[in-house]
Design a protein around this ligand. Structure first.
Ligand code: PRX
Length: 630
């Protein structure tokens, strides 16, 4: 179905419609999908509990809308082109018909392992087609998937498995990332020493390295799938049944499991995909994210397949075998819409134009950015060198919790302003609030970015802890969903995201809580206490600066290595601090609170003017930190 808005004029009228009568607006769109049973109530909500229900009483299965409904018209159309890490290795394709078959076989396989509707399945996979098939197979039978990015450590994996009480883990023997290989199965084995809920581990052979098999627990993916029937009727799901859990970091505590449900998520991912990228039938779309992040969920798996799109899936990294890889892949598959993160753009920009000029890039129509604010220089380079001054840049602002893109241009329809995400999509009602929680209605202002009305793919809860969902997102400003971001609105009403206003840092588009990194550092035997802050980083957007107090006489360099290991073990290599400073003490107030403001300023390069430090217990601590500041 075509959900595309054809012009900016129509966008404006659709936006108005969506605000005047959101239920009617979304119902009209929802009707273009296949439902097993119609809904009885389009929306019921309050942001106080919070409790949001879209299309209550309706029954459907998202995979029928992603696969079955396309078979007649485009069964032989390619759903995915899979590009391997190694350019010389064999690339693969899957048509809609083939994908449907593979999903059904695996779905039957999952059932044979005792997986039922509502059971949680953890997916810890590289960027393979089998990873995607696993996701869809879960949805087919109503199992709730929880994908864990394959860069997280076994401890982080264990935390997520335990929180979700997953019954099954789907993994592979290994993963290729540039020149590196990782033994994923060994990581799972290690994690499972801490987990009781897992009954089976399904192992896909990808790198074909030797792995240990645990009799009775481990099952070979291919042998299982080969023995299964390719007919698997889709489970009837209530619109508000859980579709998946995805863990994400916040200011405090361990990462929380953001819960998305079937009906609303289906409608919003398809609608936002088609509109932001202005995807037309026959186009080739490429989102470079990993399925372990929300971008991969919504714009590799769900949005594109719901729209009958053809997409590229890439196993590797932008810099292997060299910094021209993205552009080579764009030319190879004649990619029309390309979607990546500012950190990749900055890294490739830094590598020089010799990696861009060999490529034509003439198939591109829309180029997108996601995950962090894009700075002006990177925006201009992307627009000029990749888009050839000819493609709109869609700077898409959204979050794990929002399920889909919230603020962004719609292809070439919307006016563009570099570094500005732009206008909200239809159905999205953002507001800026001041310190006291009052809505700021004028333009040319800055405030806390909140949303005042539910949209179909808003998170419903945090798994197993609804109170936490309420506290984190709905309690700061009563009656609003609070994003955790600060934003500006310019004279034309366009939004520009400034960044997080809480203790979350965004490193290369990956989100970490400072407390979470501190917890990992504090497991180090030498560390007495630590404080972590973010600082501006040329490539990563933000870098991680860790201040550590130790009770050891070892050289600072040895401590630094050991602290890095603790973070790699606790979270994963992706969260390793960029700078570690051994300090004799942290700046604390008399009541024992760490004054992070000062630590942030030092990390940002400030060497004086720390404001009022009179409440510090020991002001000399600051001087001693400054002496060795990095
Ligand atoms: O701070 C915002 C930033 O990323 C956060 C959400 O992170 P996550 O849930 O991991 O999802 C990332 C991919 C959707 C936001 O709170 N962010 C995301 N997109 C942008 C952005 N900041 C500025 N501009 C964006 N386009």
């Amino acid at each position: 179905m075509n959900l595309r808005i054809p012009s900016f004029e129509v966008y404006k009228s659709e936006y108005q419609k969506s605000v005047d009568n959101p239920e009617a607006f979304w119902s009209e769109i929802a009707q273009t999908f296949e439902w097993k049973k119609p809904w009885t109530n389009a929306l019921s909500w309050n942001f106080n509990e919070p409790n949001v229900k879209w299309f209550e009483g309706g029954s459907m299965n998202i995979t029928e809308n992603m696969l079955d409904r396309h078979l007649e018209e485009r069964g032989d159309q390619v759903a995915f082109y899979w590009e391997p890490n190694e350019p010389g290795d064999v690339a693969k394709t899957l048509t809609y018909k083939e994908l449907h078959r593979e999903v059904c076989k695996l779905a039957n396989g999952l059932k044979s392992l005792g997986i039922e509707k509502g059971d949680r399945v953890c997916i810890y996979m590289p960027m393979t087609l089998e990873g995607i098939i696993s996701v869809i197979a879960c949805a087919r039978i109503g199992a709730v998937h929880s994908i864990v990015f394959a860069g997280f450590s076994s401890n982080a994996l264990a935390d997520r498995i335990n929180d979700a009480k997953a019954k099954l883990v789907i993994t592979s023997d290994g993963l290729n990332r540039g020149t590196k290989q990782l033994d994923l199965k060994a990581m799972v084995d290690e994690a499972l020493k801490q987990c009781d809920s897992v009954e089976h581990v399904l192992v896909h052979k990808h790198t074909h390295n030797d792995t240990n098999y645990t009799e009775g627990r481990d099952v070979d993916y291919q042998s299982l799938v080969d023995s299964m029937d390719d007919n698997c009727p889709a489970e009837a799901m209530d619109s508000e049944d859980m579709l998946f859990i995805l863990y994400t970091s916040g200011s405090t505590g361990k990462p929380k499991g953001v819960v998305h449900t079937c009906g609303g998520y289906m409608i919003y991912t398809a609608y936002s995909f088609q509109n932001v990228f202005q995807y037309e039938q026959g186009d080739v779309f490429w989102c470079t994210a990993d399925i372990g992040w929300i971008t991969g969920h919504s714009y590799i798996v769900y949005g594109p397949l719901l729209s009958g799109a053809t997409s590229v899936v890439f196993e590797g990294i932008p810099t292997y075998p060299d910094c021209g890889r993205f552009w080579a892949v764009c030319d190879k598959y004649k990619v029309n819409q390309f979607y990546t993160a500012p950190t990749a753009i900055r890294a490739l920009m830094g590598a020089g134009l010799e990696f861009v000029t060999p490529f034509k890039l003439d198939s591109l129509k829309v180029i997108g950015s996601v995950g962090e604010p894009i700075n002006d220089e990177a925006w201009q380079w992307y627009h000029r060198e990749i888009g050839k001054d000819n493609c709109p840049v869609v700077d898409t602002w959204w979050q794990t919790e929002t399920g889909g893109i919230m603020i962004s241009g719609l292809g070439s329809h919307s006016p563009m302003n570099p570094t500005h995400a732009g206008y909200p999509l239809p159905g999205i009602q953002p507001v800026l609030l001041d310190q006291d929680g009052n809505e700021i209605t004028e333009n040319e202002v800055e405030g806390y970015l909140c949303v005042k009305y539910p949209w179909p793919s808003i998170l419903r809860t945090t798994y197993g802890d609804h109170e936490r969902c309420k506290n984190v997102y709905f309690s700061n400003y009563e009656g609003y969903y609070f994003t955790g971001d600060g934003a500006k609105r310019d004279k034309d009403g366009m939004y520009r995201i400034i960044g997080r206003v809480d203790d979350v840092i965004n490193v290369s588009g990956h989100r970490f809580g400072t407390a979470e990194i501190e917890d990992a550092i504090n497991t180090n035997q030498h560390v007495v206490e630590s404080a972590v802050v973010g600082y501006p980083h040329d490539i990563k957007g933000q870098g991680i600066y860790a201040y550590v107090v130790v009770d050891s006489n070892e050289a600072d360099t040895a401590i630094e290595l050991s602290v890095c290991d603790s973070v790699s073990d606790g979270i994963g290599r992706i969260a390793k601090p960029d700078k570690i400073q051994v300090v004799t003490g942290l700046p604390k107030t008399r009541s024992g609170k760490i004054m992070r403001r000062i630590l942030r300023k030092i990390a940002e390069g400030e060497r004086a003017n720390f404001g009022d430090t009179s409440t510090l217990l020991d002001p000399t601590v600051v001087e001693s930190i400054l002496e060795k500041a990095k």
